[in-house]
Design a protein around this ligand. Structure first.
Ligand code: ATP
Ligand code: MG
Length: 653
């Protein structure tokens, strides 16, 4: 943990009393419709997970559900299975053989549909390509691709032969890619000539070439042709292989390698909101069980659904909720290549209308962006196919939740606010859409089979403090790659190997609902009061002129910390001194005088990670006049550089 060891007794001041019960019609058809599921799982969590795991296809049954030697867990000990076989082959003997597994919508408007049979064939062929390039079980493969079907094919092909993938988001720089390749010691890099973004080309191959100059472990680069003559690519015949050329001669027969339940499945680096990214290690049996189970219950996935998760496969959300969870359930998953504002700001809604998407899963940062653009864009599209909405990535401000409910869900669709981390492998805290009454801004409660608590520094249960996991769960990370000491120190030592420390603050309300308050480091101490940055942000976003807000505690001689707010306004609003005054007063009205921002800076953009999370640590650096910390995971370093200049000029407003 990076921050000071502070007692996180948060002032739980911002209250929210709106609530939304699931409709009888939704409950009636829901995959989880009997509330007993919670009590049964609580009585016997291992039994609950074993029952779910038994729905997968095992080559060899496990002999022990859980072997827990803190901080190391093994799930389904002795069991053997193969992930690609579970995601593909299993469906080929049923009617799903010809069902769409992936619907791909390219940014330029091209479309591809791969049935389970198609996907199986491509995966087997590509697994053979990898083998022909010398890949063996346990080798690491780096994937640096746009959001195209080949990304899923490459991931599944690795799992088929027992290679470990490390997917790096296609928006990362050469430096970030190089660091991740070298940490994972990847043997093969899979990339593309380019990808489409806002009508332009992201030159992936060029970035990859730059990166691998200093990657001694890379033997071959496989290149998917996506943009063709729109990109200039250098081709090194000794190292580079065209995907389509290798595939043309590859056999479509490739037996799936039986893997031990605890064999490494993939490594994935965290988004880097709080510091240097960590290589999170996930294994086979527990992860797949967790992925499949949560998709079934949280997203209520049915065979007739078209399901769309807007994450990139470069993030854990893309791994668990675009590829592994949906395919293990035999679902139809949609994949979209581009941005939400190309060719216009209604693109997402057009995609929903075109493919009649039923389940839609996105991030609060996207929702706040849509709010900022205005409701005219969703209003002009037919969104009547939607039956469930989800969010993940950051706490969702209640006003953003309400907007999502009103303008996307048209007031009739349940919303699941899902809390989890790269480390947790899958969702841990979320409503079950047919059972849980939701409250805007609350992720509600732990899923069946998951045990959480809120504790203070001494590990005693409190109503506001640190969120911890009190029992191991199947999707949990097994270690940090090449750094088991850091694994132990970061997640387990704080509570003497008894609890998993999430690093997030949370509070519990009188109904037992959980409210996530962001990183523990993002909690301020103003004149001895613990105030969550998240609550002040939500009070600001509650104002009709505000699109987004990022709040930090800046060192203050008298108060300890003073509240500094960085605010972006809605598209139609112009900011001035009077508005700043009004916003400060709005926070006082919503929370109280102690949360009154000392200063409010209006800015066109906030610094965010490439996955869209607000990076408060850099704003703290700005406000305290420090040199900026690690900026390699920023989406656009220019944003924070500009803010720094603006801030140092102190032209408030
Ligand atoms: P790093 O660990 O490198 O600093 P990161 O924590 O942003 O990066 P992720 O694993 O992508 O990396 O994000 C997990 C974090 O995102 C959680 O710990 C939490 O702070 C936040 N988060 C995710 N979903 C939610 C949610 N529904 N509500 C509140 N916070 C959420
Ligand atoms: Mg984290």
């Amino acid at each position: 943990m990076t921050g000071p060891d502070k007692q996180a007794e948060l002032q739980a001041l911002l209250t929210e009393d709106r609530s939304f019960a699931p409709s009888a019609a939704f409950t009636e058809q829901a995959n989880a419709r009997d509330p007993k599921i919670y009590a049964d799982a609580a009585k016997d969590p291992e039994g609950f997970w074993a029952k779910e795991a038994a729905d997968l296809l095992w080559r060899k049954p496990w002999t022990q559900v859980l072997d827990w030697k803190p901080p190391h867990a093994k799930w389904f000990v002795g069991g053997q299975l193969n992930v690609s076989e579970n995601c593909l082959d299993r469906h080929l003997t049923t009617w799903r053989r010809t069902k769409a597994a992936l619907i791909f919508e390219g940014e330029p408007g091209d479309q591809r549909v791969l049935t389970y049979q198609d996907l199986h064939r491509e995966v087997c062929q590509f697994a053979n390509v990898l083998k022909s390039l010398g890949v063996r079980k346990g080798d690491r493969i780096n994937i640096y691709l746009p959001m195209i079907p080949e990304a899923a094919v490459a991931m599944l092909a690795c799992t088929r032969i027992g290679a470990v993938h490390s997917v790096v988001f296609g928006g990362f720089s050469a430096e970030a890619l190089r660091e991740r390749i070298n940490d994972a010691k990847a043997k093969i890099l899979i990339t593309a000539d380019g990808g489409w973004r806002r009508g332009g080309v992201v030159p992936l191959k060029q970035v990859a070439d730059e990166a691998v100059k200093d990657c001694p472990t890379i033997e071959k680069t496989v290149v998917v042709r996506r943009v063709g003559d729109k990109a200039q690519v250098a081709f090194d015949p000794a190292r580079d292989v065209w995907y389509h050329e290798a595939m043309a001669t590859a056999s479509a027969v490739c037996p799936a390698e039986p893997m031990d339940a605890e064999d490494m499945l993939f490594v994935l680096y965290t988004s880097g909101s709080t510091g240097k990214p960590k290589g999170i290690v996930h294994t086979t049996g527990g992860y797949l069980t967790h992925a499949a189970t949560t998709v079934k219950y949280v997203f209520d996935l049915k065979d007739t659904d078209v399901y769309w998760c807007t994450a990139d496969v470069g993030w854990v959300t893309g791994h668990t909720y675009i590829v592994y969870g949906p395919l293990a359930n035999g679902a139809t998953a949609l994949m979209y290549e581009g941005t939400p504002d190309y060719p216009d700001k209604d693109r997402f809604w057009r995609v929903i209308e075109k493919h009649k998407v039923n389940i839609f899963y996105t991030a609060p940062t996207a929702i706040r962006t849509f709010m900022r653009w205005g409701e005219e864009f969703p209003k002009r599209c037919d969104l009547s196919s939607l039956r469930l909405l989800g969010t993940v990535g950051e706490p969702i401000n209640p006003e953003a939740w309400i907007w999502y409910h009103e303008f996307i869900g048209r007031k009739r669709v349940p919303i699941v606010d899902t809390w989890w981390q790269t480390e947790t492998g899958g969702i841990l805290i979320s409503p079950l859409p047919g059972l849980t009454k939701t409250k805007p801004g609350s992720a509600t409660m732990a899923l069946p089979g998951i045990s959480v608590d809120i504790v203070n520094d001494e590990g005693q249960p409190v109503d506001a403090g640190y969120l911890v996991l009190t029992k191991p769960w199947p999707g949990m990370l097994r270690t940090i790659l090449n750094n088991d000491d850091r694994y132990r120190a970061q997640y387990w030592e704080k509570y003497n190997l008894k609890y998993y420390f999430t690093g997030d603050g949370a509070k519990r309300d009188k109904d037992g609902y959980l409210w996530l308050l962001g990183r523990v480091d993002d909690v301020m101490n103003v004149s001895g009061h613990r105030i969550s940055t998240m609550e002040v942000e939500s009070a600001l976003v509650d104002h009709h002129s505000v699109a987004e807000a990022a709040v930090i505690g800046r060192t203050h001689e008298v108060k300890g910390q003073a509240v500094s707010a960085f605010v972006t306004l809605k598209a139609s609003v112009r900011g001035d001194e009077a508005l700043i005054k009004e916003l400060k007063q709005h926070v006082v009205g919503k929370i109280g005088a102690l949360a009154r921002p000392e200063e409010i800076f209006l800015t066109a953009e906030l610094p965010k990670t490439r996955s869209g999370k607000i990076m408060r640590r850099l704003l703290r650096d700005v406000a305290e006049g420090r040199v900026l910390g690690d900026t390699t995971t920023l989406a656009d370093p220019a944003v924070v550089a500009k803010l720094k200049t603006q801030y140092e000029g102190k032209d408030e407003g």
